[in-house]
Design a protein around this ligand. Structure first.
Ligand SMILES: Nc1nc2c(ncn2[C@@H]2O[C@H](COP(=O)(O)OP(=O)(O)OP(=O)(O)O)[C@@H](O)[C@H]2O)c(=O)[nH]1
Ligand SMILES: [Mg+2]
Ligand SMILES: [Zn+2]
Ligand SMILES: [Zn+2]
Length: 390
């Protein structure tokens, strides 16, 4: 009875830690958290049928008679938030890009904007670590108004685990979706293929529904020549980032090879997975001679959140404008590398500014006014038919 073994509301769940496919028989349940006093409890036929958690029946057990309080992945032993078993769909994305590309800043402002944009899709952390990390990052960027420190390299990135509650439905049961996000260190991404973390990153890549490849325009030589020095200095992670601007193209190629290996795709085949290519730090390009022009859509506020849907025409215009801009700069190597490896109809180019303006010399932010940071996630949710395409 395969159907009976799938998680309560979905048939395609993966463990957010080890990314292996999860079914009910791959989950161990325990009656309480206390590791010394807990018992493993098992789902009965009726539990499965009624889609409810098993209950401990042992005499004198503290957890007797109440639904199991802990669930653990049988493969990796990591804890699964109990809510995790009840989601309708499992989404995940992997943030990829060289060191200092702006991944963590983007993730922070994107999640913040998503939470505070009054959208009918409500985002909540599901584990204590995610709550802590996101509060810290929020506090850093929005209250202390300071750039984030670089993400620690050489260690497996801990997944951030969120749920999205869909309040658009009138149905009695509100659908929830699990959203797992991996934000590793760019340094590890640059060394991909020759890195101790490869098996871990490989699993994250294979398990992700969507890739978010962050692309830093300040690494393009034409842009570096035009952006004022102080802006350049404050908008790059100097300690990590100064050395090799060409790394990005090398990274895309290495990454693509690596994705092929992880997903078992032949070298001559294009990669068939949703890929958002996100140009970061758009604010630094505003005053350039060869900028996007004042009428450019990419420089205008994003319409998606306001319209409560994904505005396809706006997004494809942005994609075009950025491609055109890169072409005019003679900087097509990066996108060529993308197009040579990824299936064209699955790739979309986005432009964002996480902060809305460059940090000052001391990496402080006068104000945080993110620009278009929701576009990539709205695209992903639209692809999943969670958000309507307009
Ligand atoms: N002007 C400008 N600079 C930005 C923006 N976002 C990030 N930066 C700059 O880029 C630096 C690196 O940003 P991070 O978000 O830490 O980059 P990362 O990709 O997470 O880097 P690693 O963790 O090392 O892989 C920041 O310290 C800022 O100086 C932005 O929206 N505008
Ligand atoms: Mg980071
Ligand atoms: Zn696991
Ligand atoms: Zn018990």
């Amino acid at each position: 009875m395969l159907f009976f073994d799938s998680l309560f509301h979905s048939d395609e769940a993966t463990c957010p830690h080890c990314l292996r496919k999860l079914s009910l028989s791959n989950v161990r349940f325990y009656c309480t958290f206390d590791p010394n006093r807990r018992h493993e409890v098992f789902l009965s036929f009726f539990d499965k049928m009624k889609q409810r958690l098993p209950v401990c029946g042992r005499n004198f057990c503290k957890g007797r008679g109440i639904p199991a309080q802990e669930a653990v992945c049988r493969f990796c032993g990591e804890q699964l938030p109990l809510q995790y078993l009840f989601h309708k769909r499992y989404l995940s994305f992997c943030m990829l890009g060289v060191a200092g590309a702006g991944k963590s800043s983007y993730l922070t402002t994107m999640l913040h904007e998503f939470k505070y944009s009054n959208l009918p899709w409500v985002l909540q952390p599901i584990d204590a670590r995610t709550l802590k990390v996101s509060q810290q990052n929020d506090q850093n960027v929005y209250e202390a108004r300071h750039c984030l420190a670089g993400t620690e390299s050489g260690v497996a990135p801990k997944p951030q685990q969120w749920i999205i509650r869909d309040t658009t439905t009138k149905a009695k049961e509100m659908p929830t979706y699990a959203l797992t996000i991996y934000d590793g260190a760019g340094e590890d991404c640059e060394r991909i293929g020759d890195n101790e973390l490869d098996p871990v990153i490989s699993r994250y890549i294979a398990g992700s529904k969507m890739f978010v490849i962050m692309f830093d325009p300040l690494l393009l030589s034409s842009v570096r020549a035009a952006v004022p020095f102080d802006i350049l200095a404050s908008s790059m992670a100097q300690d990590r980032q100064s050395s090799a601007p060409a790394n990005m193209v090398t990274m895309v190629n290495a990454l693509a090879n690596y994705i092929r290996q992880s997903l078992n795709i032949a070298p001559n085949k294009l990669i068939d997975r949703q890929t958002a290519v996100v140009i970061t730090k758009l604010d630094t390009l505003r005053e350039l001679d060869n900028d996007f022009g004042s009428s450019a859509v990419v420089m205008k506020p994003s319409p998606h959140a306001k319209m409560r849907g994904f505005v396809e025409a706006d997004s494809s215009m942005v994609d075009l404008e950025i491609r055109d801009w890169l072409q005019r700069q003679g900087e097509t190597a990066f996108l060529d590398a993308i197009d040579a490896n990824f299936q064209a109809d699955k790739v979309r180019v986005f432009g964002v500014s996480s902060f809305g303006q460059p940090p000052d010399k001391l990496r402080r932010l006068a104000a945080v006014t993110p620009h278009r940071v929701l576009d990539p996630i709205m695209w992903m949710l639209a692809n999943e038919k969670i958000v309507p395409t307009l």
